[in-house]
Write a protein of this length. Structure first.
Length: 339
């Protein structure tokens, strides 16, 4: 069984390619290398001993997408990660985000719809909930107006899939709403490689500890939370990758209860920014240099998952703790910096 992983050189895509191979699937990766390098294939092979087939391609090239599917009749499962994902950049360049995140989705679904059977896993995000009223957040929490074009592409992407599945019985799809993916593969063969100054908390922490950044700015400690800093659900990227495999297996085995389903993928536990810093200091034995600054626009106060639906229906549960994830992030940072 050959599975297409789009964006498979990226952070979550590469970890998912490893878990797919280890579950016995053959993997073909499409990536345009705009945000990741082909050398990630060495890391995947270093872990599994199998080098995925790789096609360097931009999914915005409709003819190339058609060619790929006509040359790969054996592919009947797709896990779609390829997308632009920088919230701030999406505000500056909305059309880039709508073309790259939605135009490509339409091309992929168009190809899958012509197949006798097709199985599709979509990389969605807890960002669709905005600031949810109730914690933990369940899948039936209302989708709030997106705070950014990036978040809107996740909301609209889900609607495009839902509407296509309504009229395409043989298309079976699942959207996974990720919370905050962090960490790296324990082998340190693959991990997160943010380009430029990291926007996300955990790579900024590890780069500060590695001496690449002077200090971490904590964006606000005056929120209505126990320690005043924002709360998120930080999930180890390997746990997240495994969720993709079980979701795909659910579709391949026909165990899904509808041809479009949505699952929250998180740990179910909320951690504040200061708790993440303490976790890092515990696992690294290094005090972190940080200062409290003003709030960052667009940040929600708290977001963590109710994972009952995934636990019960997918038989999946996150296994790693925050300390496990922070340790793996630090081991990866030390590896790539030669520390
Ligand atoms: C987490 C917390 C910050 C950096 C984003 C995207 C979301 C998803 C995951 C793709 C917040 C604080 C951060 C820093 C800080 N991506 N922080 N100093 O914003 O929850 O989610 O990544 O799907 O769509 O929005 O993650 O890591 O940026 O921030 O204090 O230098 O850390 O204020 O409270 P976020 P994050």
């Amino acid at each position: 069984m050959k599975i297409l992983v789009t964006g498979g050189l990226g952070f979550i895509g590469s970890h998912t390619a490893v878990e797919l191979q280890q579950a016995g699937f053959e993997v073909v990766i499409i990536d345009n290398c705009s945000n990741a390098s082909e050398s990630v294939l060495d890391g995947i092979e270093g872990i599994t001993g199998k080098r995925p087939e790789f096609v360097k391609m931009d999914l915005r090239d409709k003819a190339a997408v058609e060619d790929f599917f006509s040359q790969h009749p054996e592919v009947d499962g797709v896990i779609h990660f390829a997308a632009s994902k920088a919230v701030g950049e999406s505000v500056e360049k909305p059309l880039l985000y709508y073309e790259n995140n939605l135009g490509t989705l339409v091309y992929l679904l168009g190809q899958l719809s012509t197949r006798p059977k097709a199985h599709f896993i979509f990389s969605s995000s807890c960002t669709v909930y905005g600031q949810a009223e109730k914690m933990p957040i369940t899948e039936d929490a209302p989708v709030q107006p997106a705070e950014s074009p990036y978040g809107n592409t996740k909301q609209v992407g889900e609607e495009i899939i839902r509407d296509t599945c309504k009229v395409t019985e043989h298309l079976q799809a699942i959207a996974l709403r990720y919370f905050n993916p962090i960490g790296a593969h324990p082998s340190t063969e693959i991990g997160e490689l943010p380009l430029g100054v990291p926007q996300n908390l955990v790579p900024f922490i590890t780069q500060t500890a590695a001496g690449i950044r002077k200090e971490l700015s904590v964006f606000g400690d005056d929120y209505p939370t126990p320690d005043g800093t924002c709360i998120r659900d930080y999930i180890h990227v390997v746990d997240l990758a495994r969720a993709h495999v079980v979701a795909l297996q659910r579709l391949l085995e026909g165990k899904n209860k509808a041809n479009y389903e949505v699952f929250n993928i998180g740990t179910g536990t909320g951690s504040s920014v200061l708790e993440v810093i303490r976790s890092f200091e515990r696992v690294s034995g290094k005090p972190l240099n940080y200062k409290i600054v003003g709030r960052r626009a667009g940040d929600v106060i708290s977001a963590y998952a109710d994972t009952m639906h995934a636990n019960q229906e997918l038989g999946w549960k996150a296994e790693s703790t925050l300390d496990d994830a922070m340790r793996s992030a630090w081991d990866w940072e030390k590896k790539i910096r030669g520390l």
